[in-house]
Design a protein around this ligand. Sequence first.
Ligand SMILES: Cc1cc2nc3c(=O)[nH]c(=O)nc-3n(C[C@H](O)[C@H](O)[C@H](O)COP(=O)(O)OP(=O)(O)OC[C@H]3O[C@@H](n4cnc5c(N)ncnc54)[C@H](O)[C@@H]3O)c2cc1C
Length: 411
Amino acid sequence: MDFNIPEETVEIISGLKQFIDKRVIPLEEKNADLLYNERNYYLEDGRHHPKVEELRKEVRMVSAEAGFYTMFGDKELGGEELGPVTALLVQEAIGKNYANRKLIDPIVIPSPFTNGLTPVLRGLKQELKDEYLEGIRTGEKTLCFGLTEPDAGSDVWGMKTKAVKDGSDWVINGTKQWITNAPYADYCMLFAVTNPDLQANRKGGITCFFVDTKSEGFNVDSVIPVMGELGGEAGIISLDNLRVPEENIIGEVDNGFSKAMHGINNGRLGMSGKCIGLAQWALKQAVEYANIRKTFGKTIGEHQMIQHMLAECAMDIYAARNMALHCAWKIENSNKQPVKEISIVKAYCTEMLGRVYDKAMQVHGGMGISNELKLEAGYRFARILRIPDGTSEIHRRTIARSLLKGDLNFN
Ligand SMILES: Cc1cc2nc3c(=O)[nH]c(=O)nc-3n(C[C@H](O)[C@H](O)[C@H](O)COP(=O)(O)OP(=O)(O)OC[C@H]3O[C@@H](n4cnc5c(N)ncnc54)[C@H](O)[C@@H]3O)c2cc1C
């Protein structure tokens, strides 16, 4: 077994850090009042201030120019297709070195399957690739992934949005909810039922459409503000007689759900890498504080209960990091998707992040819950991550089902 990080990955991470320090941090500092004051960051209705969107676009575009924005995108779409081990370690480096930064994650590198050169776009017809990919590749245009609905989250087969054929168009009606980047996206990968019988038998019947968000009948009605924020990234979309041409189908009719699964595992691993990096940042804050804060005549790091909390964080991080790396290595070297292991990693890493932030805050006493140290922001972020890309319960269900079918392999 070779546990060394490949030289190329080390160089990429070092180049990425230099890029962020030189091109992104100065932009953040110059616009700190806009980015770090929520009353400026969000408009009254919870959407980003247009200047925030301008800055995000600027960062996407310089990142694309520097080759970072597209490095994990498919080669056939114009990306570099770097593997999952590098993706995991890059996300770790971003979390560890740039926690709580507004213009870095997920902007310098887009979310692996819901934005940028997502593998879902492999199913686009050539003419549409020719028309749209360039804008997506340069970071000028962004996407959103419209799957979830008010009555269909974990159980996506419960989808009610319908597409009905009318001449050479499909006419779509329905509602989508919790769609990240919907309020700002140029295009949507939109899922709708095209064959209710197949859908009822959970055998297909769902189609993925490529939609321009400026089309008549596509409306982002509102933004969903999330824990402790005045606004958010996710929106509620209503589709009101939206007409989409047949050629905008991604992949095949009735087989869109397999498109939804394309790349979702990259998303889960990327999220896990982020958790591993952020947890290390939080532990570092706790260790530094434990070495300086004094109570009862000694530093709190000398109290055994504080030591336990620090040690438990380290145990959790080490376990999470190694299981995630092993899983990424497995994918890279077998070209198979180890479903059970990906679920173990996503559920463990997101839950681990919550535990580590909780302890890091406790070590800081009152300071831990103040807004000043940004530990509370990470704690809220950690709490959110147990829901998207499969809830913790759904991942446990997947793991248990694999076990019960006889997959007891941990190699
Ligand atoms: C921040 C954020 C961003 C998101 N971004 C997107 C996006 O870009 N695009 C998109 O399409 N969706 C997105 N989602 C939606 C996300 O995928 C769903 O929220 C998620 O799948 C859960 O669905 P739900 O919220 O409807 O909960 P439900 O499915 O209603 O679940 C409610 C509870 O029941 C549990 N549960 C459900 N079924 C079972 C079962 N069989 N066994 C045990 N427990 C069960 C769940 O774990 C949960 O605890 C996002 C969500 C969030 C929070």
